[in-house]
Design a protein around this ligand. Structure first.
Ligand code: CO6
Length: 487
């Protein structure tokens, strides 16, 4: 056996077979013919080189009894919980590092979670559709005890320069800068936390669990609001007719259903509650789209030939970007304390999208440097992802201005709600053929669309909104004027 040589490929195959057969059970002996069966002996790689692997495989199987909790790590963007959409694994199944485990959906995007260990799935902590908590176990894996799972808690593998070690209560607190930042942002003293990482290192999960414990404690001690006691002594006067006629009892068909708010609705609750703090003002106008309707008829087929569906939306979006160039304050964001306004360099124009899961607002990035056809292509991509419920967080984040084309469904005017931290949004009504007078006073058929703007009155005034709207309207009503400034 020692003298036999194998090709590198064959060697890898051997190791793989040993691992596979050793996985999850105890191997007491490995015979040479098992190893060498079917392999050529033409290479210069000596079999002894895999003796370590054999031993490792042997140990791997014999020590497959450490159950490790796979904690759902921080996904970022302040996401604290996710909905489990699909499991890719079953209890009792073997899994390897980086294999996909499940798909989860936050209020922002879908994410595929991959495994951090080699092992056997022992327990899935959630059913499909249940809400999984960040920082809590997602599943249990039986792992190799001797293998130190290197990618466990990716954040915590980060090296911390010794100078950043903080001395609390006479002892060093081990934590990565990210964990320290998280603790600092939540005014948590790291000395109060017992680290569960290597050598007592404090992990992000430890901070989150500590934080959650504190929140729970607060909820527990908060007094319940006093309920008003109904005054039974006062009787409501009822008419004699009502007294005499018996109440009509109608059969109840079905029963009430209460379900948790989740997914996109949850995001809507959050964003709209935040938007309530913004003093909105509205500005409305009417546009004659007759020229644009004619132009789109002519260019729609050209786009189609290039595999792109061209609706009006890419033109509305491009015109908005061109107008924003003249009114950059409408493409800005306001900080939560209203101390600073940031003029955004990119025109990332969000569009309200009606998807099977509800309203979502992906955005087309850097519209200022895209052609109308490129915007249309991007819109097509976002629409197909939206209808499949697969929009990613990069598509949904960093929008700087928004448009909502509710006219595809119906309606004329609307009152759109600003998507914080943005400062303005426009809602577009249905394009209708209506009678109007032309420049010479003749009655004509016109394609009319209404626009309803909402802006944050803390930083935007009505005149600015009106001037911006005029500029946008001029471009939409006279699309040939757009050509001059198209980039
Ligand atoms: N009127 C009439 N017809 C229209 C309009 C308007 N305003 N806009 C587009 N269309 C046409 C469009 O040209 C297509 O016609 P064909 O090209 O001849 O097939 C057709 O309607 C369908 O367009 P489609 O939806 O495919 O594409 P479009 O690029 O126009 O819109 C979208 C994309 C993602 C904006 C749209 O699909 C959508 O989801 N709209 C609903 C948005 C929504 O739910 N907004 C409400 C947010 S909450 O704002 C809010 C204040 C409240 C009301």
């Amino acid at each position: 056996m020692m003298a036999q040589t194998l090709t590198r490929r064959a060697l890898q195959a051997c190791v793989k077979r040993i691992r596979e057969s050793a996985y999850g059970r105890t191997i007491n002996s490995i015979s040479p013919c098992f190893l060498c069966k079917g392999h050529s002996s033409s290479s210069n790689l000596v079999l002894t080189s895999i003796s370590i692997d054999i031993t490792r495989s042997f140990h791997l199987s014999s020590s497959f009894n450490a159950i490790k909790e796979f904690i759902l790590s921080d996904i970022g963007e302040g996401i604290r919980e996710v909905q489990v959409l699909e499991w890719f694994v079953k209890e009792g199944e073997k899994i390897a590092q980086f294999d996909p485990v499940c798909e989860v959906k936050s209020d922002k995007a879908s994410v595929t979670i991959t495994c951090r260990f080699d092992g056997i799935i022992r327990k899935l902590h959630y059913d499909v559709d249940e809400t999984a908590q960040v920082g809590k176990p997602l599943l249990d894996i039986e792992v190799d005890k001797i293998k130190d799972a290197p990618t466990d808690h990716v954040d915590d593998v980060e090296e911390v320069p010794s100078s950043t070690h903080q001395t609390i209560k006479g002892s060093k607190v081990l934590a990565t800068p990210a964990v320290r930042r998280l603790a600092m942002e939540n005014t948590i003293d790291l000395g109060d936390i017992q680290g569960t990482g290597k050598d007592g290192r404090i992990l992000k999960e430890d901070v989150l669990i500590h934080l959650e414990g504190a929140t729970q404690h607060l909820t527990e001690i908060a007094p319940l609001p006093e309920q008003p006691v109904p005054n039974k002594s006062k009787s409501t006067p009822v008419s004699r007719v009502a007294e005499q006629s018996p109440a009509i009892v109608r059969p109840v068909l079905g029963k009430d259903r209460t379900e948790p708010i989740k997914g996109i609705t949850k995001a809507m609750v959050k964003v709209m509650s935040e938007a309530l703090t913004i003093p909105h003002f509205g500005y409305y106008d009417e546009l004659d789209l007759s020229n644009l309707v004619q132009l789109r008829k002519e260019i729609k087929y050209v786009a189609e030939k290039r595999g792109i569906k061209l609706s009006y939306m890419p033109i509305f979006i491009k015109a908005a970007s061109m107008a924003l160039t003249d009114f950059p304050i409408l493409n800005s964001s306001l900080d939560s304390k209203c101390q600073h306004i940031t003029y955004k360099a990119s025109h990332n124009i969000g569009l309200a999208m009606d998807t099977p899961e509800g309203l979502t607002v992906p955005n087309v990035k850097n519209v200022q440097s895209l052609s109308i056809l490129e915007i249309a292509g991007e819109l097509n991509r976002l629409q197909s992802l939206g209808s499949a419920g697969k929009l990613g967080s990069s598509d949904l984040s960093n929008g700087t201005f928004s448009l909502s084309n509710i006219g595809t469904i119906g309606g004329t005017y609307a009152r759109p709600i600003i998507h914080p931290p943005q400062v303005a949004i426009g809602a577009l009504g249905k394009i209708q053929v209506l009678p109007r007078y032309d420049y010479h006073g003749n009655l004509i058929k016109a394609h009319i669309m209404n626009v309803s703007w909402s802006a944050d009155h803390r930083v935007i005034d009505g005149a600015t909104m009106a001037r911006f709207s005029n500029k946008w309207k001029e471009l939409i009503e006279n699309p040939s004027k757009m050509i001059l400034d198209l980039k």
